[in-house]
Structure formats: C-alpha cells, structure tokens
Write a protein that binds this ligand. Structure first.
Ligand SMILES: [Mg+2]
Length: 328
C-alpha cells in the first residue's frame, strides 16, 4: 500500500461532510455533538473482523464499507433514533491495495450519504493482520420517545418488518460455492436499516419494545422477552418470506429454520398494542415496507414457535449448523 496514513486521513477529512449537529469534527482531539433540548444522544459500536464477520473472497470492499455503516445504523433504527454522526476506526492489512482501500472508503462514504450521517472522527492504522473495522454511530431521539427492549406487555402483538431469512439463504449459497442472485446479494451484502420505520414508531409512540434482528428471531427475540419479563408465541405460518425464499423452501422444508435462526436480516422486531394495528398497516403502505404481525406477547415467560395446526415447533439449531458447515 503506497498511500501514507496522513495522506489517507487527509483525503477522508476533505470528503467528510459535517452536519449542523457536529460542532467539532475531524481535526480536534475529540468530536463534539450538540444535543437539542429534551433529546438524548444514543451511541452504538460494532466490531467487524475479517474471517469472523466477513470474508474478502465473498464481498467486494465497496459493499463492505456500505454494510459496515448500515449494520450500525440499524441499531439506531432499533431505538427510534435519527442517525447523526459516525466514527470509524480501521486496521488496514498491509497487503490491501490502494484500489481496495479506496473502494472501502468510497463504500463508507456511500453509506454516510445514504443515511445522512456526518463522519465526525476516527483512526486508521496499518497492520500485519486481518482487516479490522470498528464503527461507532450516534443518533438523536426525543427523551420521551426512545424505544427500548423492556416495554413489551402481555397482550401486545409482535411485528416484524421486511422478510426474514434472505441473508442466511445467501450465506448458505456462498458456503456452497453457488453464485448469488441479485436479490440475495442485495439482502446479504447491502442490508437496508429501517431508519424511517424506527423513527415513525418512536415519534408516533406505536412500539412498546423493539430491537433489530442481527442474530435471527430465535437469537434476538429472547433478549426482548427477558428485558420485558414476558413470553411470546410466534405463528410460523405468518413469517414474512420473500418469493425467492419461498421457492427454496418449497424444495426443502428444513430451510424454515433459516428464517427463524438465520442472522443478518437487520429487520425491526417490535411489540405494539392491538389497537395500533390499523395505524401500523397504514404506516407499511406509507413507507412501502411490509410489516407483518407474526405473533403475540404473553405473560408466561417462554418462547413458542407454533405450526399452522397449533403444535409446537423446535428449530433444529444443531442440525442447521451442521448442515451449513457440511456445505462449506
Ligand atoms: Mg442491535
């Protein structure tokens, strides 16, 4: 790599757009973000490690840059916050070419533009080792509107945005060495955080509890249930599935476990009072984003997946992992 570290930082600094909330951005020892009256600043950090969270032979650097921004913005969406600023720290392997570094930085800026985020600070370092990406995002939310995981009540409905399992289906294809369709590549490499939905749910006070799905319904829903001290019943027949997912499911029914346990959907899962149903259906039309009621919250602290005949379904997690690793 020939671009010097200071040169790279300078290039990034020249491109960094700074929004009105950023009082001090790149160039001082700290950034400073203004918080309007009655608002709170929400912060989330993610670490993305080559070989653990991504593989450079499966993704291009531009998509990786966009995704690094998107998955963090999804955490802001999950609490109803408006994205404001991002801090980026990267450990760049010495073997990465200038073109690869530029593609990655271009991807980061594409993500910043897409979610109207200011790049407020960061750090870079060359290292012998894998690519390490640490992204910290900050967003603003009125203090009375922040949606946590803790507000779900017995009797609430459970809703999910978009479709489930597409990203896991894409991962399965990559692990089998099969090319991805455009749709699956988009779902896996360029997930769309549901920022508009998150903010609408917050400002309209529609969701009692919420999180974003990064580790699958079976992995993430228990966090919400524990925080709210409730249980839930999920109606498997109501899980929102894409046409492409349904086509694969038709060939192999076991793939339903990808929609239940598969990660990286970055859809929003939230609870809401039954009275909110008409407003939520209207919101789905307005945002052109499907919202699906997949079950309900109960006082009994357990999570049940139900088949259409009412019988309980146990996702075959172990079998599923084995299935995946065999395909690798
Ligand atoms: Mg999250």
């Amino acid at each position: 790599m020939s671009v010097g570290e200071f040169e790279l930082i300078d290039k990034i600094r020249r491109r960094a757009k700074v929004g009105a909330e950023v009082k001090l951005g790149i160039g001082d020892d700290c950034s400073s973000i203004a918080v309007p009256a009655n608002h709170e600043l929400l912060t989330s950090t993610d670490l993305l490690l080559e070989g653990v969270h991504f593989r450079l032979d499966w993704t291009d650097l531009h998509s990786l840059g966009i995704k690094a921004v998107a998955v963090n913005v999804s955490d802001l969406a999950a609490m109803g916050a408006k994205p404001v600023s991002l801090h980026l720290a990267v450990g760049l392997p010495v073997g990465l070419s200038d073109q690869q570094v530029e593609a990655f930085i271009d991807g980061i800026f594409a993500g910043l533009d897409r979610y109207d985020l200011s790049l407020a600070g960061g750090d870079t370092c060359r290292a012998q080792g894998p690519l390490v990406i640490s992204v910290t995002v900050q967003g603003l939310c009125h203090r009375d509107q922040i949606i946590t995981r803790a507000g779900a009540r017995a009797g609430d409905d459970l809703w999910v945005s978009g479709t489930l399992g597409d990203s896991a289906l894409a991962l399965r294809a990559l692990q089998s060495g099969h090319p991805l369709s455009d749709f699956l590549a988009e779902r896996h490499h360029r997930p769309q955080p549901r920022t508009a939905l998150g903010q609408q749910l917050a400002t309209q006070g529609l969701a009692s509890a919420m999180l974003d799905l990064s580790d699958g319904l079976a992995g993430d829903l228990p966090h919400l249930l524990r925080a709210s001290a409730v249980g839930a019943q999920i109606d498997l027949a109501r899980l929102p599935l894409s046409e492409e997912f349904r086509a694969e499911l038709h060939k192999d029914q076991r793939l339903i476990d990808l929609a239940i346990c598969g990660g990286e959907d970055y859809e929003l899962l939230f609870s809401a009072a039954p009275e909110a149903r008409p407003v939520l259906e209207q919101l789905a039309v307005q945002l052109e984003l499907p919202l699906q009621r997949i079950g309900g919250i109960g006082s009994d602290p357990e999570l049940r997946f139900c088949m259409s005949d009412g019988s309980a379904y146990q996702p075959q997690l172990a079998a599923f992992d084995h299935f995946l690793s065999n395909k690798g």
